[in-house]
Ligand binder design. Structure first.
Ligand code: ZN
Length: 141
C-alpha cells in the first residue's frame, strides 16, 4: 500500500491509499480518483510541505439533510455558473485584483479566483465587499 497526499483543483487537500504507484496512476487516468469534498476529478499529488499539513486541519462548511437539498444544490450550481460565466477568472491574483477594483485603481468589473485564508482576512479588514463561491459537487445529486 502507498499513501498519497492529494490536492484537487479547488485546493482541497485529502489523503488516499493505493495498492501501489501504478494503481494510483491507473485510477487517476481513468478519472476515478475524486476529491471527497467537491468530487472534482482534477486531482494531483500534493507536496508534503508543512503548509499542507496545516491546510489539512482547515475546516470547510458542509450541509446535509435539508428537505430541498437537490433544488438548493442546483440553485447554488446555477449561481456559481452565472458568476463564473459573467466574470473574468484571475486565478490566485484575486486578492490583488479585488483590492484594485475596491480602491478604484481600475475600472469596475466582475472577477473570480482564489485567495488564501490570510488574503481573505486582509480583504475583510480592508472592507472589500466580496463573496464566497460555493464548491458544488458535479456528479452527485
Ligand atoms: Zn475538491
Amino acid at each position: 500500500m502507498i499513501h498519497y497526499a492529494l490536492v484537487c483543483e479547488n485546493a482541497h487537500k485529502f489523503e488516499a491509499w493505493f495498492r501501489n504507484a501504478e494503481a494510483y496512476d491507473e485510477q487517476h487516468q481513468r478519472g476515478i480518483v475524486t476529491c471527497p469534498i467537491c468530487t472534482s476529478r482534477d486531482v494531483q499529488k500534493a507536496l508534503m510541505a508543512p503548509s499542507v499539513s496545516r491546510a489539512n486541519s482547515e475546516k470547510v462548511s458542509l450541509s446535509i439533510g435539508h428537505p430541498q437539498h437537490v433544488q438548493l444544490r442546483e440553485a447554488m450550481r446555477a449561481l456559481r455558473t452565472k458568476v463564473t460565466s459573467e466574470a473574468d477568472y484571475v486565478g490566485d491574483k484575486f486578492a490583488e485584483e479585488a483590492r484594485k477594483i475596491h480602491f478604484k485603481d481600475v475600472e469596475a468589473r466582475g472577477i473570480y479566483g482564489e485567495a488564501t485564508q490570510d488574503e481573505v482576512a486582509a480583504l475583510v479588514e480592508d472592507g472589500v465587499d466580496f463573496m464566497p463561491l460555493p464548491n458544488i459537487p458535479e456528479e452527485h445529486n
